[in-house]
Design a protein around this ligand. Structure first.
Ligand code: SF4
Ligand code: SF4
Length: 256
């Protein structure tokens, strides 16, 4: 009998041990099961990591919002997205169909008249109330084509703009006619498609104007400046300058 056979025979003559549930398990089988379990566990870890490792060579699909995108996020959104509502008053006939169609009085239009000329004195959209149902857009009889858009839209339309958060609720009212202005209504024929500005442009302008001209924000800023001794010492930082978020950067002096 060889040495190996002697060892195996000796192992088999050893008393069997009782398993956890009272079953009798042979020591050699118990050792095999132990290593098989380790192998199975190692294999399942490798299987899981194979999925993880497969992502190492794939290009990222996440977007570092908002400052590291190759183009503005609003331009990557589908055209039919229901973002902030806007109106291009230069294509608006002042028919007020959108105002009548709105079930919750979000739109407020005021029309004036001088002789035979009709003009729009007010066109406000309170986006704090709007539920983006689209009734107003469907009611608008004016067809308009914005550059870059595949589809014809209307004088009032949804945009792909979505950043409408404001610190003051009253700044959610976007005024598409500046107070004091009179915009002569557009004339259009049946079937005519009027050219209009790029979608979202009017909404961005109105949002910035709402930020600048919002009385609640001006009051808040005045109170903040009154309470801050550093700001009080800097009269050159006028309130208007602080609130004017559209102010272009100062031109660089020549030679710099
Ligand atoms: S989308 Fe609906 S709720 Fe909003 S202004 Fe138009 S009709 Fe009114
Ligand atoms: S936006 Fe359209 S529906 Fe509303 S007043 Fe102007 S033309 Fe009429």
């Amino acid at each position: 009998m060889s040495e190996t056979e002697t060892t195996e025979a000796a192992a088999e003559t050893k008393p069997a041990r009782k398993g956890r549930q009272g079953t009798v398990t042979h020591p050699r089988r118990e050792a095999e099961g132990y290593f098989a379990t380790i192998l199975r566990a190692a294999w399942s870890v490798l299987e899981g990591m194979a999925v993880t490792f497969s992502y190492l060579r794939r290009p990222p699909i996440t977007v570092q919002y908002p400052d590291r995108t190759p183009q503005p996020v609003s331009e990557m959104i589908p055209e039919r997205f229901r973002g902030l509502l806007e109106v291009d008053v230069l294509t608006c006939t002042g028919c007020q169909a959108c105002e009548r169609a709105c079930p919750i009085n979000v739109i407020r239009i005021e029309i004036g008249k001088e002789g035979k000329i009709r003009f729009i004195e007010r066109f406000d959209i309170d986006l704090g109330k709007c539920m983006y149902c689209g009734f107003c857009v469907e009611a608008c009889p004016v067809d308009a084509q914005a550059p870059g858009d595949a589809e014809v839209t209307h004088a009032i339309r949804f945009t792909r703009e979505f950043e409408g958060a404001q610190a003051n609720f009253s700044a959610l009212t976007y005024r598409y006619v500046r107070p004091g202005d009179k915009v002569v209504v557009a004339k259009t024929k049946k079937g005519q498609v009027l050219p209009t500005v790029a979608r979202g442009e009017r909404a961005r302008e109105a949002r910035l104007a709402a930020l600048r001209l919002n009385p609640a924000r001006v009051a808040e800023e005045s109170a903040r400046r009154a309470a801050d001794p550093l700001l009080r010492k800097k009269p050159e930082l006028e309130l208007a300058a602080i609130l004017d978020v559209t102010r272009p950067a100062a031109p660089k002096a020549e030679g710099h």
